[in-house]
Design a protein around this ligand. Structure first.
Ligand code: ADP
Ligand code: MG
Length: 704
């Protein structure tokens, strides 16, 4: 019997949430905190001190010795620097644990070691962290003890955002303000805020830790850089939703417990398509909290894996030839009085507010397809987008049969008088209830799919922060709402103006709607005809950040300044080059020290065998053939290795032009990497398994 789990008690037990604040803070301070959370503004100094004291007491009761401002620099992960609560001992040598309002609200950090893309020169190293009061503080427990983590943003001395959270928070305010104008037009004047909600489904791989430690490529690059395919892949479709094996099950159970304690609503778990691949989905929540929680999900996944002798791989493409991992970013907008702006209701044709919102979203996605694509770009994701198992690199919107039909009616006749309704699903078994079908099927190949009451942005990479995709979504939709509201607010006849605007937007932006198979080759051609961008890699995507169109959008709503955008573009190039450089060096290292020596030894043995057979009067034809083939591949590998060394050195030598350097890595180093991989993988299939120096694909993904 397993022990009884009290999930209700467990949930949020490590979080200083509103409930705990209500219990521990004086009524007026609690009210002030709540008001700042909901309406913005600043907490008074005295209240900040009271909150800090209460937070510290709660943390210490729960074993904490340190606190940290927890932030999300531009490297896409989180950063923390622990400070003990200790202070100067008094004159009798006693020490009191202290934590002031000032320490809660503001921190100073040496920001010079985080990527800044030129936003901050190294001699101006000062950075500030500022408390995000809307995301609750929590306790992290690991070998370092218990640490009170305070979610913060990170800004430079001159106020530029050096992190992913600041622009996200700015974008949330922008979309709220513009969406409110729309809801007010439709008579919902009670709403004070519109909140972007986000639920991020997270895919991941688990491999055995001992085997992982034998693969330098997994250790340094997070993905396999060599490896012949296993005899079996995912073709039998027996892993997706398959029964969860004991070892993985106990991992998932532990993971859930840790996440629940942190207030993360881990809800769904299942095996994914590829062997050794799995997924976890939480219940959606306010965008910035979802972003924080997704970071905690990723971190906890890795941490808990260690306890089970496993390693969690979050890379977008850890293994060639089987599915990669993504993150489905489910996004919607709801008013603070509970109206989901993306809920079409049963008869969307009659839901004018919904149709307007939809028309604005289509316009936004069509106008800024390049930006949306960029927001999901990262080096690892280049292996995934556009390959057969992930959404294509072309942005399009899936609406489904019902909405597509309403949109057609509006475009063609200017009026939509009906909505297709779901029928009954007849199973043909008398003891089974006939069920109501949804009006619309799903589409798994679309990068941006309407799924009932939200959009599912399916492009995001599994290792990436979801901050940028949601910042971009909020921003582009804010712009479309703003333009619509500008027109509608000054219209004489609102009803007519709304009608015209919906029709106009749907007509002008219908090219972005695609309900077919996004994996089909024909779609690439069709999309080109429609003039939709097909941006195949991170480097090409990066310049979308600094087009005049993008700068105008982001500056208009105060989300990014021109310099903040330029810095992000620069960081993309730098990160790209660094990542490929690490991969190339790892390949060089593995080829030189592991594969080539092992194969040379093997050929030596084989040659001895051939000689011995000759001497014994036997015909060593099989062995000779084998040796010839192996020697040929070995030569190819050795040549490719030299070439890779040269290309890597050349690309690394490029100075003062991050973009040119990134392109050198993409166009020359990556090609050289492929050229080295192929003979080494061929060799893996030619030699005795016992001499192969690293675990194979079969060992890694079938024997977890
Ligand atoms: P799937 O897409 O795998 O079929 P679901 O549709 O049930 O799964 O939900 C996927 C994710 O979408 C979950 O994280 C869920 O909480 C989230 N989600 C559901 N409704 C909303 C919403 N209104 N806004 C944002 N995310 C949502
Ligand atoms: Mg899903």
């Amino acid at each position: 019997m397993s022990e009884l789990l009290n999930v209700e008690e467990l949930f949020g037990s490590r979080v200083f949430n509103l409930g705990k604040m209500r219990e521990r803070l004086p009524g007026d301070v609690f009210a002030e905190v709540k008001s700042v959370m909901e309406n913005g503004g600043e907490l008074s100094k005295s209240s900040a001190n009271i909150v800090a004291r209460a937070m510290k007491e709660w943390a210490i009761e729960n074993g904490a010795t340190h606190y940290t401002h927890w932030f999300q620099p531009l490297n896409g992960i989180t950063a923390e620097k622990h400070d003990a609560f200790v202070t100067h001992p008094d004159n009798e040598g006693r020490m009191l644990m202290e934590f002031s309002g000032k320490e809660l609200v503001k921190g100073e950090t040496d920001a010079s070691s985080f990527p800044s893309g030129g936003l901050r020169s190294t001699f101006e190293a000062r950075g500030y962290t500022v408390w995000d009061i809307t995301s609750p503080a929590f306790l992290k427990e690991d070998a370092a003890g218990v640490i009170l983590c305070i979610p913060t943003v990170l800004c430079s001395f001159s106020g530029e955002a050096l992190d992913k959270k600041t622009p996200l928070l700015r974008s949330m305010e922008a979309v709220s303000a513009q969406a409110l104008r729309i809801t007010h037009l439709f008579g919902n004047t009670e709403a004070k805020k519109v909140i972007p909600s986000v639920g991020a489904e997270q895919e991941y791989f688990l491999v055995d830790r001992e085997k992982y430690l034998k693969r330098p490529d997994l250790i340094f690059a997070g993905r396999t850089l060599f490896g012949a395919p296993a005899p079996k892949g995912q073709e039998l479709e027996d892993h997706y939703f398959g029964a969860i094996r004991e070892r993985i099950g106990s991992y998932m159970k532990d993971l859930n417990i840790e996440l629940w304690k942190l207030g993360v609503t881990a809800k769904t778990q299942h095996n994914e398509v590829a062997p050794a691949q799995h997924e976890l989905a939480p219940i959606y929540e306010t965008a910035n909290i979802a972003v924080d929680h997704n970071q905690l999900v990723m971190e906890t996944m890795k941490k808990v894996a260690g306890r089970h002798g496993l390693t969690c791989l979050l890379h977008e493409k850890p293994f060639a030839g089987v599915n990669g991992s993504g993150k489905h970013d489910n996004w919607s907008l709801s008013t603070d009085n509970g109206v989901n702006l993306l809920d079409p209701g049963k008869t969307p044709n009659e839901n004018v507010q919904f149709l307007l919102v939809l028309a604005c979203i289509l316009k936004a996605v069509d106008t800024h397809a390049d930006l949306l694509r960029q927001s999901a770009a990262d080096v690892g994701n280049d292996h995934r987008l556009g390959a057969d198992e992930a959404p294509p690199a072309i942005i399009s919107v899936f609406l489904g049969e019902q909405l597509d039909d309403v949109v057609r009616q509006l475009i063609e006749t200017g009026a939509a008088d009906h909505s297709i309704q779901g029928e009954k699903l007849v199973t043909g078994v008398s003891t089974l209830t006939d069920i109501e079908k949804d009006a619309t099927d799903r589409n798994r190949t679309s990068p941006f799919a309407f799924t009932g009451n939200k959009f599912e942005f399916r492009m995001v990479g599994s290792s990436d922060s979801i901050a940028s995709p949601n910042t971009t979504l909020n921003a582009i939709v804010a712009e479309a709402f703003c333009e619509a509201a500008d027109r509608l607010e000054s219209a004489d006849n609102l009803e007519l103006a709304v009608h015209d605007l919906i029709k106009e937007y749907f007509t002008e932006h219908q090219r972005i709607i695609f309900n077919g198979d996004g994996y089909a080759k024909e779609w690439v051609e069709e999309a080109a005809k429609r003039g939709l961008p097909n941006i195949t890699n991170t480097i090409d995507a990066a310049s979308a950040l600094t087009t005049e169109k993008a700068i105008k959008l982001f500056e208009k709503f105060g989300i990014y300044s021109r310099t903040e955008l330029e810095s992000r573009e620069e960081i993309t190039y730098e990160t790209y080059s660094k990542t490929i450089n690490i991969e190339a060096l790892t390949m060089i290292d593995m080829a030189k020290k592991l594969y080539i020596p092992a194969v040379m030894e093997y050929t030596g043995e084989l040659a001895n065998t051939i000689n011995a057979l000759h001497a014994a009067g036997q015909d060593p034809c099989v062995q000779s053939e084998n040796l010839t083939e192996i020697s040929a591949q070995l030569k190819k590998a050795s040549d490719a290795l030299k070439k890779l060394e040269e290309e890597t050195a050349k690309a690394s030598a490029i100075k003062n032009d991050a973009k040119a350097q990134a392109y050198a890595f993409k166009d020359h180093v990556k090609t050289a990497m492929d050229d080295l991989r192929s003979p080494v993988d061929a060799l893996e299939m030619l030699v005795d398994k016992s001499i192969w120096p690293v675990p194979s694909y079969a060992d890694l993904i079938f024997e977890v």
